[in-house]
Design a protein around this ligand. Structure first.
Ligand code: LMR
Length: 395
């Protein structure tokens, strides 16, 4: 065998969530149900391009005069117009925004910045969380401290446990919180709980990193941002990683942003110079098309109104499916009080595999379902298969 530098590599398992896409596609059963990766689906199982997006893309096609570079921050108009959607009209801090390739790019950049700022910092993080959170933190060699966000068996938020674990944080540690529509559990904090988190973050001098990837798909655009706003307003500095992939239905265009907040303009300039340098070595400049599309929508009152009504229709469809499933399956009643695309079912990995193999029902190995994959037509099939699986094999 000839020498290869690559033989020194450790084999990596394929990403289990993303491999579901191919597994599902290859399954010949017509009655199969895809509850895997987190994309919105309509009642026909399709993920259509939003009308507001189509119109904005058409306008871009007609008017865009150049594809020349925009610089490391990406589309400044996009960043400025998105800011009030996220933070409201009054922001107590200085804010610096940079466009990123999707929410993942924003999380990655935020974690790199935190690591550069304080190499020995710890990031407090709930479990379970979106698997890429821990993968990014581990890859960067950042120490994590875990609290239980959600008890999957009891289907209950672990708020008190989180608060007592956060009490052990040191000034300068960070805490990563899902702004809304918790992925994978759908279990969000109440406004009172967000207030308590904000008080603790301020008292202990922690840096909040809010991951807001589903704004508008839980309770609505304003309500979904309210918790993150409270926590950021209470902290001296903070970070917010944003994704437009779901609420604008732009998925593969990879539209994200990282907003950095500080009370002090000079501190923010220092952070901004580091963010630009990190962005430069990661992707140099972000992809343009998706962010330009969002900018065109937000520049136009008419397109913004269309987008908001399309987003609201998506939100209502998912909320309706959530209520239907909670009613159809008494064991899943807690779903009714949760939000967004996801629910974390009290299933073992063997039961998840059985649902896939015996019933053609695909979900993340953790037991997470994407509720938008259900339809009025298949929800009963799913409910029966779930109950059969629970009875057939105790969890
Ligand atoms: C998901 O959790 O399904 C989505 O955020 C897609 C992804 O990148 O994991």
């Amino acid at each position: 065998m000839t020498f290869s530098v690559f033989t020194g590599l450790t084999p990596q398992a394929p990403d289990s969530l993303l491999s579901l896409i191919g597994l599902y596609r290859r399954d010949p059963r017509p009655e199969k149900i895809d509850l895997g990766v987190g994309v919105f689906r309509d009642n026909l199982g399709a993920t259509p391009v939003l009308a507001a997006v189509k119109a904005a893309e058409q306008a871009l096609l007609n008017t865009q005069a150049t594809k020349s570079y925009l610089g490391p921050e990406g589309d400044i108009g996009f960043l400025d117009l998105l800011k009030p959607v996220i933070f409201g009209d009054q922001v107590s801090h200085e804010v610096f925004g940079v466009q990123t390739p999707g929410g993942t790019g924003a999380i990655r950049l935020a974690c790199e910045l935190l690591k550069a700022a304080k190499p020995d910092l710890r990031v407090f993080i709930g479990a379970p969380t979106w698997p890429n959170h821990t993968q990014i933190l581990d890859q960067l060699g950042i120490e994590t401290v875990t609290f239980r966000h959600y008890d999957q068996r009891a289907q209950r938020l672990g708020f008190d446990e989180m608060m007592s674990v956060l009490e052990t944080a040191r000034a300068g540690d960070a805490v990563l919180l899902h702004g809304c529509c918790h992925n994978p559990s759908g279990a969000d904090y109440s406004l009172d709980q967000w207030r308590a988190i904000a008080e603790l973050v301020a008292r202990k001098g922690l840096t909040p990193l809010i991951d807001l990837a589903y704004q508008g798909l839980g309770l609505g655009l304003e309500a979904d941002a309210a918790g993150g706003r409270l926590v950021l307003a209470a902290a001296d500095d903070g970070l917010l990683a944003y994704s437009c992939d779901k609420n604008f239905g732009l998925y593969r265009e990879r539209v994200g942003a990282l907003y950095t907040l500080s009370r002090d303009a000079e501190t923010l300039d220092l952070a901004a110079s580091n963010i630009r340098a990190l962005a430069r070595t990661n992707w140099s400049m972000p992809p343009d098309h998706g962010a330009a599309t969002v900018r065109v929508i937000l520049e136009s009152e008419a397109l913004t109104a269309i987008w908001k009504s399309e987003l609201d229709a998506m939100r209502r469809r998912v909320a309706d499916l959530r209520q239907r499933l909670a009613t159809a399956v008494p064991a899943l009643a807690p779903l009714a009080g949760q939000h967004g695309l996801f629910g974390l079912l009290p299933l073992s990995s063997a039961q998840v595999a059985r649902l896939r193999e015996e019933h053609g029902i695909y979900m993340a190995g953790s037991g997470r379902i994407n509720l938008a994959g259900l339809t009025v037509g298949n929800i009963d099939t799913f409910a029966r298969a779930f109950e059969a699986c629970l009875q057939g094999e105790p969890a």
